[in-house]
Structures are given as C-alpha cells and as structure tokens.
Design a protein around this ligand. Structure first.
Ligand code: NDP
Ligand code: 2IT
Length: 448
C-alpha cells in the first residue's frame, strides 16, 4: 500500500532514520502506519496530540549484561533486554524471548505489536517485551537456572505487578518462568504476580499453557463462521512444534480438522494420518527432543530437512506458529496455488509484507497475529486478575473467558474494517481497533 498522507509519510521516514539496522521493527511500524491512514484522515485531533509520534517511540528501553557460569566453570555473557513500549492503558505486559537471534530490533517489533494486541484483549494491559540472545537449547537445567537468575537480578529493578509483568515467548516456558519467579521473590522479598505463565502450584492460571493455541483456533473458528466455513473436515498445516503449535494442533483437531504437519527450525514432519499429538507432547514437552524423532515411531510419516518446505504441503488452512517472516511471498504464492484459503497467525509477524499482499490479492481469509494470537496474553491478564484477588478459577471458567475474548476480538476487527471501508481486511481492522483505544487514552493523559 502506498501512503498518500504527508504527515504519515514524514513520520515513517523519521522512524526509518531513527531505527536503522532494525528491519523487523520498521516492518511492524510500516504495516500499522499504512493501515491507519483512513483513521488519521478522520481524526486530526489525534495527530495534533502527537499520538502517533509518541506511539512509535518506546517509553523506556533497558539493555543489560547477563553474566553466568556454565557447567565447565566458564563465564558466559549474554545481553538482556526489556522494552517498556507503552503504558497508556495499563502496566507494561509482554513475554520474554530467549533465542540467539534476539537483538533490540526484534524486541522492539514485538513490544510495538504487543501494544495493539493487548488493547484488543479488552483488558487493562500496556505493551512491552523482553529477552536475551541466550539459547536454552542444549543447556543443562543448572545452566538455564543460572542464566535466569542472573537475568532476573537486573530485570527485577524494572518490573513489578503494577509496573511491568513479563511472561513466556520463544525459549521461555514453565521452567524458565519458575527460575525467574524464584529469583524475583528472593531479591525483592515479595510474593506477587510479577510474571505470568507461572506453575499451577505458585499462582499460575489453569489454561494459560493452552491459551495461545486454543485462542488462535477460537479466533479462526469465528472468522471461518463469519464467512460460512468451519474447521470440520479441513486439512491444516501448522509450523513450529512449541507451545503455540502444540495447543493449536490440539484445538484444531478437537474442532474436527486434520493437522498433517508440524516443524522446528531444522525441518518438518508430514503425517497423512493426522499428527499424533501425544507423541509430539512427549518429545517436545518432556524429552526436549527434535521433531524429526517423530518418524521413528510413525512409519507413514516423513521428515524433510529445512523448514520452509512445510508451505508446499497441500492444505485448506495454514497456521504459522513458529517465528517472524516464516512465510515469504514465494511460500504464500505456493499456498494459494495449492488451494489454501485461510492463513491465521499464531506466531508474531510470521508473514512478510509480500505474503500479506498475496493473501489480500487472492481473497484469503487472513487472521493477523495481533488479533489471532492474543489469547495468550489475554489469559495472562486473567492470571493477573486471579493473583490480585488471591483466588484461582477453574479450567472451564478461564477457557470460557478466553473464548469470549477471542470472539469479541474478531468482532472488533470485523466492525473496524467495515467502518473504515475495508470489509474483510481483518489486519486493517485489528490495527485500527487496537490503536483507537490506546490513542484515546494517550490523548486524555496529555503529552507524556
Ligand atoms: P516455543 O519456544 O515453545 O516454540 C517455538 C517453535 O518455533 C519451535 O518449534 C522452534 O523450533 C520454532 N522456531 C523458533 N525460532 C525459529 C526460527 N528462527 N526458524 C524456524 N523455526 C523457529 O515458542 P512459542 O510456541 O511460545 O512461540 C511461537 C511463536 O508464537 C512466536 O512467534 C511467539 O512470539 C508467538 N507467541 C507466543 C505466545 C505464547 O504465549 N507463548 C503468545 C503469542 C504469540 P526450534 O525448537 O528448532 O527452535
Ligand atoms: O507475544 C505474546 O503475546 C506473548 N508471548 C505472550 C505475552 C504474555 O504476557 O502472556
């Protein structure tokens, strides 16, 4: 989409100049600014209040050294980040990514998107994100613990239940959250809901583990229904084999679909009989093994090296649940050519701008990440509520609330898209609906 509005063109130029060397952040901001053009034309008051100029600059960025000692007694040093992006509608909230590819540009793109996503959940949460270039893969539990303790030793100065509440993301699951929570409690001498995704024995919420994958399917199901379709009998390809992919597989299967493929960063498995999820859970959640091990016990399944090839598998619905920019223009073309008619995003920004253009040009039902994967952080919000009232709700209660939130997110995207003359463009709808709430709050609170 080519921008026509002079103010937005200049703003995007400033963002590009100010954030050189951070292509993922520029990509995320460009998408939002482009879809906000009709809103900006209608709302000069928001331009006057400098809402957008402020929105593209994080409120605070913290970068720190994370030293720890490995099992051989050698000192290792990683870099830690927390970007507190926007607190207009609530305390900063967002996950912690532990992956060797992490640098400030990744954390800023994730933090920026989190602002809109959290707004869409209807819960009072601002946006933030953190992480480190530490790679938990291949590390012992002791090494992971020492890293997490060192990471939290600095992070604990900047977060708190009413200030900033981190959670999981790539590479950060229940084990890492446990070690970080323990260290926070020790250093601050406070037992508070400072992290979400906690274990069930110390303040975690039932259904948080399942929430992002389940929420993705609830959102997608609602989008399908609104377009006269359903999951029933459909073939689904899901990338990744981590937390989001596993629980998306579980719910898509429960809704009557057949999931035939999963992947990791090395390659993908294809099982024409439908993925045996119990096996995947054992391999990934318990044994921390690679997805290729699946074929050892499933003779009808195949394993192919390289993760991009997963998008050449014929399917009705594709649910990317691994990482950013995993579907490029070429993969999107292949999906369309093979008859795929729905792409809904469990991962954050998994589609490149070229891929998104291909979806829109071909009338693909497209569920954008900010809306489709908001179930994780929404349930984190529910965990915060439970911690505040020192009660815990049943699985059914949390799951029903999650379902209700995902339905309302779809409705908000659908009606914002309609209101601004872009019916069916749920990406535009998500960006607009997410933006307006934050923008009103920023305007009301003055120039801060
Ligand atoms: P996990 O660490 O549990 O799993 C990540 C999966 O994605 C693994 O299978 C991993 O493979 C694969 N992957 C990671 N990086 C790459 C890469 N560079 N190339 C190819 N594959 C890769 O993370 P989650 O399931 O929690 O997160 C998946 C996605 O969902 C991320 O984009 C995350 O930001 C997003 N998300 C997560 C939420 C949550 O609640 N956890 C909420 C909303 C969004 P390998 O093991 O080989 O690295
Ligand atoms: O990208 C995301 O929304 C997450 N990783 C979940 C964040 C959270 O605070 O639960």
């Amino acid at each position: 989409m080519a921008l026509k509005n002079k103010y937005l063109i200049d703003l995007l130029e400033t963002v590009k100049k100010r954030n050189q060397g951070e292509p993922e952040f520029i990509q995320a901001v460009t998408e939002v600014i482009e879809t906000l053009e009709p809103v900006i034309e209608k709302r000069p008051d928001l331009v006057e209040a400098g809402v957008l100029d402020r929105l593209v600059e994080p409120e605070r960025q913290i970068v720190f050294r994370v030293p720890w000692v490995d099992d051989n007694g050698k000192v290792q040093v990683n870099r830690g980040f927390r970007v507190q992006f926007n607190s207009a509608i609530g305390p900063y909230k967002g996950g912690i990514r532990l992956h060797p590819s992490v640098y400030i540009g990744i954390i800023k793109f994730l933090g920026f998107e989190q602002v809109f996503k959290n707004s869409l959940t209807t819960l009072p949460m601002g946006g933030g994100k953190g992480g480190s270039d530490f790679d938990p893969k291949g590390k012992s539990d002791g090494e992971v613990m020492r890293f997490c303790q060192s990471f939290m030793t600095e992070l604990c100065k900047h977060i708190g239940a009413d200030t900033d509440v981190p959670a999981g993301d790539i590479g950060t699951g229940a084990r890492e959250i446990g070690f970080m929570f323990g260290q926070y409690k020790r250093l601050r001498n406070e037992f508070t809901g400072v992290l979400t995704g906690k274990g069930l024995t110390y303040g975690g919420s039932l259904a948080r583990t399942e929430a992002t994958g389940y929420g993705l399917c609830y959102f997608t199901d609602e989008m399908l229904k609104a377009n006269g379709k359903s999951f029933e009998g459909k073939t689904v390809v899901i990338s990744g084999s981590g937390n989001v992919a596993i629980y998306a597989t579980e719910k898509a299967t429960a809704l009557g679909a057949k999931v035939v493929a999963l992947s990791d960063s090395n390659g993908y498995i294809y099982d024409p009989d439908g993925i045996d999820l119990a096996c995947v859970k054992q391999l990934k959640e318990v044994e921390r093994k690679r997805i290729k091990e699946y074929v050892a016990t499933h003779p009808n399944a195949t394993y192919t090296e390289g993760c991009k090839g997963i998008w050449t598998i014929k399917c009705d619905i594709a649910l990317p649940c691994a990482t950013q920019n995993e579907i490029d223009g070429e993969s999107a073309e292949i999906l369309v050519k093979n008859g795929c008619w729905c792409v809904s995003e469990g991962a954050n920004m998994p589609s490149t701008p070229e891929a998104i253009n291909t979806y829109l040009a071909n009338g693909i039902l497209y569920g954008p990440a900010k809306a489709a994967n908001a179930g994780g952080v929404a349930t984190s919000g529910l965990e915060m509520s439970q911690n505040s009232e020192r009660l815990s709700w049943t699985f059914e209660e949390v799951d029903a609330k999650l379902h209700g939130i995902m339905v309302s997110i779809f409705k908000a995207c659908d009606s914002a898209a309609k209101e601004y003359g872009m019916e069916g463009n749920y990406m535009a709808g998500a960006n607009i609906a997410g933006f307006l709430k934050v923008a009103e709050a920023m305007k009301a609170q003055g120039c801060v």
